[in-house]
Design a protein around this ligand. Structure first.
Ligand code: MSP
Length: 481
């Protein structure tokens, strides 16, 4: 248990349901979890919901629901979305769970004991959309939050503060010693220059709020939602396990890297706990070129896309279309194009052709050996090597491109050599056997990317001692008009 590879996603606010951007994060985490599993590791993959935001209360009110009822209902929507997408998360944490509340109190106590919490007065502008304080120079000329287009609330209240400023040098030293702490590198650069500019202490409580985790020994205050939320990564595994083996990778988008790469490590240093291995940040999605926003109502439900095209096709599109780390755009038109092109005509067609031809053949080992065409072996080796290197660099789109190069090679080979028309039985079998072996290797390589498809292909290729039996699979990707 202690040595399981531990990967997390952000915990999501429950004032809305999941959209394609959230699905992307969880699919990337799922890919990495399955990838590490394929390398022989045991996996702990955590996702969940962040329920103590002030906007949760507003959303519940708007729906005429008790806040508890509302959060229960919304959390189950998030949970069932990941189930329906067949993601492999091994746990789902809700911040309203007792295991989390207890851990937050414990954590607060440690930071307090370290002398890093003090009481002070906070005056400033608070944006509920961000659940964060904002500076005036961050607002638009007419005083609105540029992302949420709403007027931040002026807040003047007594707050507890965390001495973030005391951690500037320690953070910079840590970054120096851990050159891969934030990936991709351009994000790390942003984080470092932010810290180099100097850090201010941050408010970590809110006064007289009805919703939140009470501050230990001061029930007039609740813990600020971000301070509570980050601790979820410990709550899920327990303090002891975290001390032995903290998260290996926290996956998220660039919007919340600062919380994870600056505040979170400082909190952990203060509490005397080990730091996570890596903060992995991807870009932001637009839909048909426009920002995804509740007010525009343009959010795309990942389940709708998955129902129409299949879970694996959604995974394929997101991982193939968008270079990891960069901003990307989702449009159904592009999705359909890749589906019909790369999947129906590409992988699906190649698998169907090879297996239909192979079904009619007898493949038997000769003198203890399977005879392969060299070209195929070379393709397989090249594909595997490239995929291994690219996934380790988080260049998933290039990993997939390498697999599709191997498919293109196979297709071309089948055509040019007219595998269906070779009269010499031995030669025909050797060539077809090579093609089936390529397909088998494609399927194994695709397992973390497209688990259902991979299993369907593998199930059609059965190695039985000295024999190989192939059978035509169901149509993998029916064409969509
Ligand atoms: N609750 C906080 C996170 C706390 S983690 C300790 C939060 N929640 S959120 O619901 O706003 O989710 C933010 C995350 O959702 C992003 O970091 C990203 O993973 C995902 N995305 C939300 N919109 C997205 C896009 N438009 N594009 C890509 N990812 C998006 O912040």
């Amino acid at each position: 248990m202690e040595n399981k590879f531990y990967i997390t996603t952000p915990i999501y606010y429950v004032n809305d349901k999941p959209h394609i951007g959230h699905a992307y994060t969880n699919i990337v985490a799922d890919l990495l979890a399955r990838w590490r599993e394929q390398q022989g590791e045991d996996i702990l993959y955590l996702t969940g919901t962040d329920e103590f935001a002030q906007k949760t209360v507003d959303a519940a009110k708007k729906n005429n629901e008790e806040v508890h009822e509302y959060t229960d209902r919304m959390a189950s929507i998030w949970q069932s979305t990941w189930e329906k997408l067949k993601l492999s998360n091994s746990d789902f944490i809700r911040t309203t769970e007792e295991r989390h509340i207890a851990t937050v109190k414990d954590f607060w106590g440690r930071v307090d004991a370290a002398g890093d919490i003090y009481k002070g007065k906070y005056e400033g502008l608070y944006c509920k959309g961000h659940e964060a304080f904002m500076k005036e120079d961050e607002l638009t000329p007419d005083g609105l939050c540029p992302d949420h287009k709403t007027k931040p609330e002026w807040i003047s209240e007594e707050n507890y503060f965390f001495k973030l400023s005391a951690y500037q040098d320690k953070l910079l030293d840590f970054y120096n010693d851990h050159p891969d702490f934030v990936a991709p590198a351009n994000r790390f650069h942003e984080v470092k220059s932010f810290v180099e500019r100097g850090l201010e202490d941050i408010s970590i409580s809110r006064e007289n709020r009805p919703w939140g985790i009470p501050v230990p020994n001061d029930p007039h205050h609740v813990v600020y939602v971000w301070f509570d939320a980050l601790i979820n990564y410990i709550s899920a595994v327990g303090m002891e396990r975290w001390e032995e083996h903290p998260a290996d990778i926290h996956v998220m988008a660039k919007d919340i890297t600062r919380f994870h790469a600056v505040i979170w490590p400082a909190m952990l240093m203060s509490a005397g706990l080990p730091l996570p291995g890596q903060i992995l940040a991807h870009g932001f999605f637009t839909i048909n070129g426009t920002k995804i926003s509740k007010s525009l109502g343009n959010a795309i439900d990942p389940l709708e896309i998955a129902n129409k095209y299949g879970n694996d096709a959604l995974r394929y599109f997101l991982l193939r279309e968008i270079p990891f780390g960069e901003d990307g755009d989702f449009s159904e038109e592009k999705m359909k194009e890749r589906y019909n092109g790369d999947l129906a005509n590409g992988l699906g067609n190649f698998a169907a052709r090879v297996l239909t031809l192979a079904e009619k053949e007898e493949f038997v080992m000769e003198n203890g050996e399977w005879r392969m065409e060299n070209e195929f072996q070379e393709q397989i080796d090249k594909m595997k090597k490239t995929v291994y290197a690219k996934v380790n660099q988080f260049r998933f789109h290039e990993a997939l491109a390498a697999v599709w190069e191997a498919i293109a090679f196979g297709d071309k080979y089948v055509n040019e050599n007219k595998l269906w028309a070779i009269a010499d039985e031995k030669e025909r079998r050797r060539k077809l056997f090579s093609a089936v072996t390529l397909l088998d290797n494609l399927a194994a390589t695709l397992l973390p990317f497209m688990p259902e498809t991979s299993r369907k292909i593998t199930a059609s290729i059965q190695w039985e001692g000295k024999r190989l039996k192939a059978k035509k699979p169901e149509i993998l990707f029916p064409r969509i008009r």
